[in-house]
Write a protein that binds this ligand. Structure first.
Ligand code: CA
Length: 243
């Protein structure tokens, strides 16, 4: 699947911030053949400069950079940059991923990652931007078999009405507003239970079990929720059939 054009009608511009040159060449080649335009920055300082100069549609940001910490680059970009920022992090850096997500990153991939996974995450992030633009007027959220009517507070899954408690509804809604992207445990706890409950991760485990049971689309249906161990949860973005 190739890249959908950006708002301006040109192929989306990705700023790749990475200092490992073999990986840069590999990602660059893959993104280019998938229809993206790619700019490369090998340091944090260069990334900040290039982002300001070229205003990319999406930033792919490695956390381990030679000059400054990737989280610092993220914070600098987030002051003004509204597009998606995807973090590239090493395995076992769950805390750093959580910090990055809480600091405004949209999603992450963990090294070593496959190109199909990277392309899928990029597509989801860019699609999210497009959806966000129309979302304000929208009172129904749809994702695969799932349909959430915000005004009627009514949820259906594969046409079957599902009764959710207010907490379950709020949790589902928080995930649905970030469909396709991981939402950290802290974000979920804060949005659903309030700022005093950010350590109560057992609430989440219990209520995610409820949601999974109630919204099970059946053995032939797509998987709706995934657990990102030590990080958070994701409502998988299910591409419309035929789109
Ligand atoms: Ca690196």
């Amino acid at each position: 699947m190739s890249a959908a054009p950006s708002e301006s009608g040109t192929p989306p511009l990705v700023l790749l911030v990475e200092d490992e040159l073999p990986l840069v060449r590999f990602i660059e080649a893959s993104l280019t053949s998938a229809g993206y335009r790619v700019l490369h920055a090998a340091s944090g300082a260069q990334a900040t400069r290039m982002a300001t100069q070229y205003v990319p549609d999406l930033v792919l940001l490695d956390l381990g950079l030679p000059d400054v910490d990737g989280l610092t680059v993220l914070a600098t970009l987030r002051v003004w940059f509204r597009g998606p920022i995807l973090i590239v992090s090493a395995r076992g850096q769950e805390r750093r991923k959580v910090e990055a997500l809480d600091a405004g990153a949209d999603d992450y991939v963990t090294k070593p990652f496959g190109i199909p996974e990277l392309l899928a995450r990029i597509r989801v992030a860019l699609r999210h931007v497009a959806r966000e633009a129309t979302r304000a007027a929208c009172t129904v959220l749809e994702n695969g078999p799932l349909r959430i009517d915000l005004e009627a507070r009514r949820v259906t899954c594969a046409g079957r009405e599902v009764h959710l408690t207010p907490i379950e509804f709020k949790l589902l809604l928080t995930l649905a507003r970030h469909v396709g992207k991981v939402v950290t445990q802290r974000q979920l706890l804060e949005d659903v239970w309030g700022p005093r409950s950010t350590e109560e991760t057992q609430y989440l485990r219990v209520y995610m079990t409820h949601l999974r049971r109630k919204l099970d689309p059946g053995p032939s249906g797509p998987r709706l929720f995934s657990t990102e161990a030590g990080v958070g949860y994701r409502l998988e973005s299910i591409e419309d059939t035929g789109a």
